[in-house]
Design a protein. Structure first.
Length: 644
């Protein structure tokens, strides 16, 4: 009935544009909701029997109100061209004083033609109160196009020129009517992010839509899912995690079991997995897979209790571990049950003394994003740590095309919630997936993603294996290569979390690096996989600790010295470190190798260690000499090549 409802309202817009700013039907003088006097609509939506304005409130009575096609209870206030362009949300509390459930919707009329933008219907149970938040800049307002006679979801046009807000009370049934009254109070127009300041924490924490690490730096996950619990018998978890990290991932989501369906993983196993992730500079996202697609809230609570039971393995790793309570709990998309179940699950984990960032999957087998969109704020608000992020899985339903992907991500981020795409593929049983746009748009809005999955998918979805084996395999052409080496993949966009930046490098692999130059050829042998550089502005220096490892006569020694380091000079691939890969990438750039990944403008600026107008072999030599410890960090950046 959406089309009929909007058509009736759109027809009424012509009447509203010429109507009196203040109606007379059933109005008593008082402050009114938000300090405005509200009136019953006249000539349409005739189910209203009275409007009483109180102190920051309005009470509307109605009789024999239908589901909105002809006899909704309507009430309004004219704002006469008010500028709401700086506001993101409109919120208030609605109390249903009736003996029946009611349906509520609001319309915002804007511009000289009083364009009618109508919200989705919100159900409020009999005798209940509900906090209502309308997102003014989200693409979720219904608009009727008279030319095409179609309804579509749009953002509100002309928010700088708000003419009227029209609210409606309707029956929830197309065959029954309702009578009674509702009261609205607590009107708030707010900018996004207004409210309490987020304090930094010792581990990962959410700051609005941003996930921050313990160093307060924004962190974007780029990773995969690793089916540990089903393949632990192979005993190669270290080789697997090492390989995933070597390909460029910064995060791994690990499948665990709490014993409800699969063999339970012990605290010792989990402690070992965390240790290995830290060894290879991966962030560990731990999830219980036993309750996938289940609707029983007790099963979700059991998953939360599992993390309470193994807290000895988790405490002290708040900066490297995120607790993803359960994989795809809830097969349906009942937002109210999803919300209440996750509030209880989060409480269980907090009561155990765990302060980690918690991740909650969407309902509907992970693709029911409406559960996060409409219930996520309540889950976050319930957490005493205010440290909950959310995950949507994208296959053919939530990730089938660019428009859907954008709508899902925007709808959640508009609510100031922190989001990650916890799983996605390039096709599935429910259809094709626009994996390229998922990776592109996540990069644009700066959120993370984790591909499903590294290895081990059963028939008939073996095509979702990124590798041909847990360890020692080859990347699949259609999926693994796309995730690792494709546009916006790991190699191009993944950065090691900054909590690992100052960790000493303990690898002793020797790798020769040969520069390409017409005037000088330098061969460098190093036992250090990468050298950390502090991220500072181009005009500021800072003090950082650089760990140098040398091997002599079969013995390895590590010494630590403090140096003053300039900005990220030498960091050609912009991953936060100066390493062998930067030399290789720059050498291929100078040689005009057409097959190399694109180097950004920032990368070229970082490469210009010899401060002149060109990026050339002199810069390459300078970086190579620095990694070979032939020059110090202070000597890395020079303005006169004769001083090299």
């Amino acid at each position: 009935m959406r089309g009929k409802k909007l058509l009736a309202c759109a027809t009424a817009c012509a009447m509203m544009a010429t109507a009196s700013a203040a109606g007379t039907f059933g109005v008593m003088a008082a402050d009114g909701l938000g300090g405005f006097a509200w009136s019953a609509t006249e000539g349409y939506q005739e189910g209203t029997t009275g409007v009483t304005n109180g102190a920051d409130s309005v009470t509307v009575s109605f009789a024999d109100t239908d589901n909105g096609t002809s006899n909704a209870a309507g009430f309004y206030h004219n704002f006469d061209g008010a500028d709401w362009s700086e506001y993101d949300t409109l919120s208030f509390t609605l109390t249903n004083e009736s003996a029946s459930d009611i349906s509520f919707a609001a319309a915002v009329n804007t511009g000289s033609s009083w364009k009618w933008h109508q919200s989705d219907n919100i159900t409020v149970s009999a005798g209940a109160s509900k906090d209502v938040t309308l997102y003014l800049k989200a693409e979720e307002w219904w608009y009727y196009d008279a030319d095409t006679q179609t309804n579509s979801l749009v953002t509100i046009a002309d928010l700088y020129n708000v003419q009227r807000v029209n609210m409606m009370i309707m029956s929830t049934s197309e065959t029954a009517t309702v009578s009674g009254s509702v009261t609205l109070n607590g009107w708030k127009l707010e900018k996004s992010g207004s409210g309490e300041v987020v304090e930094p924490k010792d581990g990962f924490y959410v700051d609005g839509t941003v996930l921050r690490d313990a160093n307060q730096n924004a962190f974007e996950m780029r990773g995969t899912n690793y089916a540990y619990t089903w393949y632990k018998w192979e005993g190669n978890e270290e080789a697997t995690l090492k390989e995933i990290a070597a390909y460029g991932a910064n995060t791994v989501r690990i499948v665990l079991s709490d014993g409800q369906q699969y063999t339970k993983n012990t605290a010792g196993e989990v402690a070992n997995l965390i240790s290995l992730c830290e060894k290879y500079k991966l962030i560990a996202v731990l999830e219980v897979h036993d309750v996938t697609g289940k609707d029983d809230a007790n099963l979700l609570l059991n998953a939360a209790k599992y993390f309470s039971e193994i807290k000895s393995a988790l405490i002290g790793h708040e900066d490297t571990v995120i607790i993803n309570i359960a994989n795809e709990w809830q097969g349906n998309t009942n937002t109210s049950s999803w919300e209440s179940a996750y509030i209880a699950a989060v409480k269980e984990i907090r009561d155990a003394g765990l302060t980690h960032c918690i991740m909650c999957d969407a309902g509907g087998w992970g693709q029911g994003y409406v559960t996060v969109r409409d219930g996520g704020s309540a889950v976050l608000a319930s957490d005493p740590e205010k440290n909950v992020m959310f995950s949507v899985h994208m296959y053919g339903t939530a990730g089938g095309n660019a428009a859907t992907i954008k709508s899902v991500i925007d709808g959640i981020m508009t609510r100031n919630l922190c989001l990650v795409i916890g799983e996605f593929g390039y096709k599935h049983s429910d259809g094709e997936v626009d994996e390229a746009y998922i990776m592109e748009y996540c990069k644009d809005v700066q959120i993370g993603w984790m591909a499903w999955s590294w290895y081990g998918n059963g028939s008939p979805v073996e095509y979702l294996d990124m590798s041909s084996a847990n360890a020692g395999g080859t990347l699949s052409a259609d999926w693994g290569e796309v995730v690792v080496n494709g546009k916006n993949g790991w190699k191009e966009t993944s950065k090691v979390c900054s909590v690992y930046a100052d960790a000493p490098i303990t690898t002793t692999t020797t790798e020769p690096v040969v520069t390409t130059t017409t005037t000088e050829e330098t061969t460098t042998t190093t036992t250090e996989a990468e050298t950390t550089m502090a991220e500072v502005s181009t005009t500021t220096t800072t003090t950082t600790t650089v760990a140098e490892t040398s091997t002599e006569a079969g013995e390895t020694t590590t010494t630590t010295t403090t140096q003053t380091v300039a900005t990220l000079y030498g960091d050609v691939d912009c991953n936060g470190v100066v390493e062998i890969n930067d030399i290789v990438l720059l050498a291929r750039y100078i040689a005009q190798d057409q097959g190399i990944p694109a180097i950004s403008a920032e990368g070229l600026a970082n490469a210009n260690c010899v401060q002149d107008t060109n990026v050339d072999s002199s810069d390459l030599t300078q970086i190579a000499r620095y990694l070979a410890h032939l020059i110090t960090a202070e000597e890395l950046v020079v303005t006169d090549t004769t001083n090299n």
